[in-house]
Write a protein that binds this ligand. Structure first.
Ligand code: UDX
Length: 432
């Protein structure tokens, strides 16, 4: 294998760890730095702190090319390209908190021919501002589009790689493009602000698609259509496409809620009222609560009822609980006086830190035992394998709300349960 550019990574969260592991897989030596000593020590021992398919295997397989450190010096000594993958959480005003980004800027800015490659999602204009501020290094925007649960695949087989740079920093943009050459994806070379906007606009667009189909689902319930059929028919139009048209109980995660708000605030700060995004956010918030109406339709009051949540993670194949619909759902149910019991195959530990008074079960059947209702929150494959006759037998009231339209409605109904999906013909309507 030809000599590959050494890569520096700052921050070993989801994006940083996947970036480090995948560049190592592509044959690069990678020095990854994190300021949390326990995290670095665990990584050095080969322990991966997040649940992400194939990530542990990749780290193990490329162990000799990967170094984890709490110090910045080894990164600066070895790498010209330093990928910044730190968190940019919203502040009270809704703007992105750039503290961790600015710390990285300071550390990298100590001279030498280096490039800061920004993977963290930052407000449009941040790159140009940092570049004006810090003269010592080149600056490249290379936003990350990976999804949790398929992050490794998304990194190694992306639809496109976006590389933004200003005149004068072409060498750095070329070097980043060369590092990505092996993934064989189209490369979008553009200016800094456009690259930053591509990231925010892409996430906001996908979130809009989800809120749109959720509203179609809600109307479908009123008029007797089935949103899964509607999405199937819509998705065959090449201009629309079938993905991100799954109606459900709203989007969550570390990116969509944050990035949609960030774009709205960014627009507002610059004097533009981004009206559409207000609706996208509001529809999503209401969607998380719609399950309650579906439950009360059958149970009247939720007070004193036992409700089982099947799945807690914001989506399948991750233990990430950030902005998970289950959090809103659990506290609304508790607010109505219900007892909440839950099962999730991987998110239990993270969920425990965020949920209070929720009983955790060790299996789906334990969770539904004696329950008055069950709500499928996360589409874990094991839920499709459940013995529904056994479920119906064990529940106090055999009522199931499928928050992801994941289950075979007829099989569930056939086993004697009342099935409610999202935007599908409901239990009280005649089935054809
Ligand atoms: C998202 C973007 O897809 C990714 O490009 C970006 O880098 C980070 O944010 P992620 O948050 O990992 O990735 O998950 P994603 O698969 O996009 O799902 C986000 C949320 O939308 C989940 O809660 C999911 O359940 C929900 N969703 C997704 C739907 O409700 N319907 C859909 O059709 C698709």
């Amino acid at each position: 294998m030809s000599e590959r550019e050494p890569i520096g990574v700052i921050g070993t969260g989801w994006v940083g760890l996947v970036t480090a592991a995948c560049f190592a897989e592509l044959g690069h030596r990678v020095v990854a730095r994190d300021i949390v000593p326990e995290k670095v020590a665990a990584l050095e021992r080969g322990e991966v702190p997040i649940h992400e398919p194939n990530l542990s295997e990749l780290i193990k397989r490329n162990r000799e090319r990967l170094e984890f450190t709490t110090e910045i010096e080894p990164v600066l000594e070895e790498a010209r390209l330093i990928f910044v993958c730190v968190q940019t959480p919203p502040t009270h005003s809704g703007d992105a908190d750039l503290t961790a980004v600015m710390r990285a800027v300071e550390e990298i800015g100590s001279g030498g021919r280096r490039a800061l490659v920004m993977k963290s999602t930052v407000p449009v204009g941040t790159g140009r501002r940092i570049r004006d501020l810090a003269k010592g290094f080149a600056y490249v925007s290379c936003p990350e589009f990976l999804r949790e649960g398929t992050a490794v695949k998304d990194f190694l087989e992306p639809d496109r790689v976006v590389i933004g740079a200003e005149p004068g920093d072409e060498w750095a943009a070329d070097a980043v493009a060369a590092a990505y050459e092996a993934v064989g994806a189209p490369i979008v070379r553009t200016d800094l602000s456009s690259a930053e906007m591509i990231k925010l606009a892409s996430n906001a667009f996908l979130a809009t698609k989800i809120s749109f189909i959720n509203e179609i689902a809600n109307v479908s319930e009123e008029v007797g259509a089935d949103v899964t059929e509607v999405a199937r028919g819509m998705g065959m139009d090449d201009r629309i496409g079938p993905r991100f048209l799954q109606a459900g109980i709203g989007y969550g995660g570390s990116c969509f809620p944050k990035d949609v708000s960030a774009l709205k605030i960014l627009a507002g700060n610059s004097g533009y009222h981004f009206q559409l995004l207000n609706s996208v956010i509001e529809v999503n918030e209401l969607q998380k609560r719609r399950v309650l109406a579906k439950l009360t339709k059958h149970l009247d009051s939720l007070s004193g009822k036992r409700v089982a949540l099947l799945g807690l993670a914001f989506k399948v194949d991750t233990d990430d609980m950030r902005e998970a619909s289950s959090l809103v759902l659990a506290s609304r149910l508790q607010g109505e006086g219900a007892t909440v019991v839950a099962y999730d195959p991987v998110a239990e530990d993270r969920a425990k830190e965020l949920l209070s008074d929720v009983e955790m079960s060790k299996s789906p059947l334990d969770a539904i035992d004696g329950a008055d209702a069950a709500v499928l929150v996360t589409e874990w494959p094991e839920f499709a394998e459940l013995d529904w006759a056994e479920v119906a037998k064990r529940m106090n009231t055999p009522l199931l709300v499928d928050g992801r339209n994941f289950l075979d409605a007829e099989a569930v109904r056939g086993a004697g349960l009342t099935y409610e999906g999202i935007g599908r013909p409901s239990a009280s309507e005649p089935q054809t």
